[in-house]
Design a protein around this ligand. Structure first.
Ligand code: HEM
Length: 144
């Protein structure tokens, strides 16, 4: 795993899951679908030089991915264990490294592209709209 992260390659099992999802696109239906979406998204986010200052330790971020999937489960279906205050977490991050329009735009671009590559349907549309809405709240709340 450490080796795979170092070379920025998707772990082999993930690569296979991504291939299947791309070939047989369906809607986001369950927490496994969300996990796949988040893993694919973070492969992009962690490679992006514009966003690199925010995502320092890649191994640490990879450990956070189940939390991110749980977050989206709560947003979409109101289920799962996620209860944290995401806005405050990002507000704290923004004190170290200001969140600018270009950062939100890039984050959202990766989010939408990843959803569209892997999924199609009502929930896939809904999650993209939710991401735009939440990013908008963040931008208004503490963006510069
Ligand atoms: C400029 C855009 C963004 C950047 C640079 C960014 C960066 C980060 C970073 C570095 C973390 C890890 C924090 C940590 O665990 O120490 C994080 C966590 C997280 N981000 Fe973002 N983020 C952005 C936008 C968003 C948006 C728009 C959403 C939701 C729609 C979101 C949802 C989350 C969630 C759920 C977590 C996990 C929080 C937790 O630990 O409970 N992020 N983000």
């Amino acid at each position: 795993m450490a080796m795979e992260l170092k070379n920025h390659q998707p772990p082999r099992r993930l690569a296979a899951r991504l291939r299947v999802a791309k070939n047989e696109r369906h809607d986001i239906e369950n927490s496994q679908d969300l996990s796949l979406l988040i893993e694919a998204l973070y492969l992009k986010l962690l490679e992006d030089q514009l966003l690199a200052p925010f995502f320092g330790n890649k191994l640490y971020i990879f450990q956070r991915l189940p939390t991110l999937a749980a977050y989206w489960e709560r947003i979409l279906w109101g289920t799962g264990w996620y209860r944290r205050h995401t806005m405050n977490i990002h507000r704290e991050l923004a004190k170290r490294e200001p969140f600018k329009q270009e950062h939100f735009d890039r984050w959202l671009e990766h989010f939408s592209t990843t959803v569209d590559e892997l999924f199609v349907g009502e929930t896939a549309d809904k999650i993209k709209v939710s991401a735009i809405r939440i990013a908008g709240h963040m931008h208004k709340g503490f963006g510069v």
